[in-house]
Write a protein that binds this ligand. Structure first.
Ligand code: FAD
Ligand code: UDP
Length: 363
């Protein structure tokens, strides 16, 4: 068989590109996916108890991009959803991101204005300049105590690195607030796909010009197919047979449990930020979909280096290795490297969609 494009990976990067090429340019596309399903890490499915679960951890859609939101709206209806997270520390729950309520509860304060809270942060922060790592960026805003209570141990568990060994962009994902906004994100568009992510991907990929093969590593079929160009969304080091060494990716082992009661915890996500628990967070999936049921399913996340590559690990050392691969990739004219694994970048879903749409427009 002859295709215009071979696309490696059926996650956001691969599927959006496939959809655009097929529907806008009438290209014949083959999508090869090594796992047994489409949707990449955004994959969701009903578990054996009938609860819709995000198999690879909670995926909350949020964006400020009208373009991304409108593009995806062709393939799904949405339900409004604003994510909220509590941190569990020594048996008590505190709002995360840190805000006025967090400070009041933790330190027995009674701050009522934003000014009081920012004065408090000013009195406890430790000035760090320049901001070189994930410790600097937090301590510079809120000081050592809040850093230790909410960031240090969670980060160590998640990455097996101290915050000072990670780029500022990692802990810098989490804002610090002086008001009482308890939402995890403040983006303009915050929604969940009404029937789940997998259904949205099914719609995206159902085009007569798109063929999808599952359970297949692209390297195993290269000799059997013909194509003009490739879109590669897998790990970049694997493409080059690890010639400059392995790039580390962090993974997660999920422990699933179902309870014969309506709800397990009071909120969708609880982060365990102390040093005692060896898991990072507990997610109750029904909150994400708004599903009503008598039972409920949770997942506990245990970070690990084994398993699917979920997270590139942003620090200088890894960036150096990545740049060697990137240089090599620039020499190959007929392959586009895109997505979180191929660009080794800690992207959110909307960023991947935005980048893919831009890449497509440049073709
Ligand atoms: P992927 O989804 O990883 O897709 C790449 C695909 O390529 C995979 O399906 C893989 O199996 C396949 N592949 C790899 N190698 C090969 C090969 N050799 N042959 C064939 N196929 C191959 N983003 C948000 O916006 N909000 C969130 O709340 C959020 N939560 C997250 C929680 C977790 C635990 C994780 C891990 C990620 C989260 N993300 C979230 C990020 C989101 O998952 C990514 O931004 C997005 O899925 C990246 O899409 P992608 O297509 O680049 O990569
Ligand atoms: N983080 C933390 N404590 C928290 C939440 C986040 O230390 O309660 C740090 C941690 O290093 C984490 C990073 O901030 O990996 C980014 O958090 P986010 O919730 O965005 O992680 P993701 O959902 O991508 O796993």
């Amino acid at each position: 068989m002859k295709y215009d494009y071979l696309i490696v990976g059926a996650g956001f990067a691969g599927s959006v590109m496939a959809e655009r090429l097929a529907s806008q340019m009438d290209k014949k596309v083959l999508v090869v996916e090594k796992r047994n399903h489409i949707a990449g890490n955004a994959y969701d499915e009903y578990d054996e108890h009938g609860i819709l679960v995000h198999r690879y951890g909670p995926h909350i859609f949020h964006t400020n991009s009208k373009k991304v939101f409108e593009y995806l709206s062709q393939f799904t209806e949405w339900i409004p959803y604003e994510h909220k997270v509590l941190a569990k520390l020594n048996g008590s729950l505190y709002p995360i991101p840190i805000n006025r309520l967090t400070v009041n509860k933790l330190y027995n304060k009674n701050f009522t204005t934003e000014k009081e809270v920012s004065d408090y942060f000013e009195s406890v922060r430790e000035k760090r300049y320049p901001i070189l790592n994930s410790e600097d960026i937090i301590v510079n805003q809120v000081g050592v105590d809040l850093f230790e209570k909410f960031f240090r141990y969670y980060t160590k568990k998640q990455w097996n690195l101290e915050p000072r060994e990670l780029n500022p962009s990692v802990c810098g994902r989490i804002p610090v607030r002086t008001n009482d906004d308890c939402r995890y994100f403040t983006d303009k568009y915050q929604f969940m796909p009404k029937d789940g992510y997998t259904k949205m991907f099914e719609k995206m990929l159902s085009h007569k010009n798109i063929e999808v093969i599952l359970n297949t590593d692209y390297k195993d079929i290269l000799d059997d197919i013909k194509f003009d160009k490739m879109i590669y969304t897998g790990p970049i080091d694997y493409f080059f047979d690890y010639q400059f060494g392995k790039l580390p990716y962090r993974s997660i082992r999920f422990m699933w449990e179902t309870f014969d009661k309506e709800y397990f915890q009071e909120i969708a996500q609880i982060n365990y930020t102390g040093k005692d628990d060896d898991y990072t967070r507990v997610v109750e999936h029904k909150y994400l979909s708004g599903q009503k049921a008598n039972m409920t399913t949770i997942s506990k996340e245990y970070p690990t280096f084994n398993g699917e590559p979920f997270y590139p690990i942003p620090n200088e050392n890894n960036q150096e290795i990545f740049m060697r691969y990137k240089k090599e990739s620039e020499k190959i004219k007929d392959v586009i490297f895109t997505g979180r694994l191929a660009e080794y970048k800690y992207y959110n879903m909307d960023q991947v969609v935005a980048n893919t749409l831009n890449q497509f427009e440049k073709l």
